[in-house]
Write a protein that binds this ligand. Sequence first.
Ligand SMILES: *Cc1c(COP(=O)(O)O)cnc(C)c1O
Length: 246
Amino acid sequence: MNPIAANLTAIKSRIAAACAQAGRRADEVTLLPVSKTRTVAEILRARSFGLSRFGENRAQEALAKAQELAQTDIEWVIIGHLQTNKAKIAAQIASEYQALDSLELAASLDRRLQAAGKQLDVLIQVNSSAEPQKFGLAPEAVLGFAAALAPFDALRVRGLMTIAVNSPEREQVAQCFQLMRRLQADLRDHAVPGQSYDELSMGMSGDFELAIAHGATQVRIGEAIFGPRGESGDEDQGDVLAAEAE
Ligand SMILES: *Cc1c(COP(=O)(O)O)cnc(C)c1O
């Protein structure tokens, strides 16, 4: 069997087992395969195994792939930080943007989307581990941020996204996920009209089972499906490094 197919089968059964363990239905959790650094051939291979929605963390790379695969039904989800000058790309190709953490970017996305007569599902990224190098809002800023997004009606707020601390200490990782669930409840208590907060995008290859135990509705999985990525492109820095290289 192709390694992607075998990995996919294994991941799906691990997701189902984690859901069962948490008393959740398997269809409450969506798998978002993360195809950053992968070739178009690998993506097409994954498409042939039924995956049609892929996560990319850099706008430029996503654009190139979207253009090359324009004749397919593949949908693109951007999961990395975007500089404001890349808003145009996200507005053009993405069906969902999961790393919203600035009003400047929100305004820029909204303007591009309005011009194109489109809307975009967005998740607010939270820095749940308080690591200084990570993107995302401080937890205490999330409620105010959601309220401030209200005027941008091309942006459909759907929930929250986070990258938990990368640590062998399960308890520390779990704390990140617990914080997210509390924030989701806070948002529901202070709901902004037109927004919903049902999506919790959290959990990656190393921690998705724990994320599912804590309410994840989307798990973003790269290496456990496609194999190891190697050195380049393996950071969660979104567009920053790409931009520095330009
Ligand atoms: C790369 C990446 C992932 C997937 O990470 P894996 O460890 O390969 O599963 C998930 N989320 C974001 C934001 C990423 O950049």
